[in-house]
Design a protein around this ligand. Sequence first.
Ligand code: ATR
Length: 277
Amino acid sequence: MTSIDHYAVFGSPIKHSKSPRIHKIFATQTEQAIVYAAQEVTAEQFSSAVSTFFDHDGKGLNCTIPLKEIAWTYADSKTARAQTAKAVNTLIKQNDGSILGDNTDGIGLITDLINNHNINLAESRILILGAGGASRGIIGPLLEQSKHPIMIANRTIDKAVNLAAEFVHKNTVKGCGFSDLRNQQFDLIINATSLSLTGQLPPLPDDLVAKNGVCYDLAYSNEPTAFVRWGQQNNALKSLDGLGMLIEQAAEAFFIWRGIRPKTSPVIELLNAERNT
Ligand code: ATR
């Protein structure tokens, strides 16, 4: 008898998650017999929901807002990149029954930037807006790519400075406030604040985007986000949202679970086409 392996994404709100769709396409493409569901799970329900899932033959889970930090606490062991991020978006049931936590968000972003958008990260002066959980998850992977120091700007300056101090590396990471960005230019500006989906923006100077610079919003939406629009209005060569990152982090999780790497470009094309119609 062929058994079907079960996977799911937990989060709240989860209704509009694109993950079940993405994993279904991956499974068809790679001929894997899996089901992947989306389940509304709050922080309070997390622990019992995860235990129930894995006790009933669940093989792997994705965790999204607001569960990534709790998932990090829950996992019995963590990969190095999840440890640095202090957040887990992928849980894997291991052969001994223990739960491994990983974080595929950072590698998802890097893959999207380099493979899908041909961005030369090594030569980019990078600015990250925001110093919360989303920023923490991408700093380590970006540092591995870039030759330049990375700047983090945040409303609460102390948080940016403290986050920067956590990353000891051959490149430096610096923290500052938004007003310190005056007269500076960056080749890649990444919005990791939680503002974009409410249609808001941090206060940014007009000349922040360097010639041929790129803006990237970690959030995604069917309509251009406020930050994507800001990039377009401020002469960014490309102003992108996080749909590609979402698909690439899903592909990485799929690879961890199934040992086979799905092709992401057809999925990116399809989901982009759907939102443009
Ligand atoms: P996430 O896990 O999505 O990163 P978070 O840890 O709550 O969520 O972080 C939210 C980020 O958005 C923070 O950098 C926050 O700035 P503060 O550290 O100053 O709170 C930023 N943010 C949220 N609301 C903001 C606002 N109105 N103006 C500027 N930045 C804001």
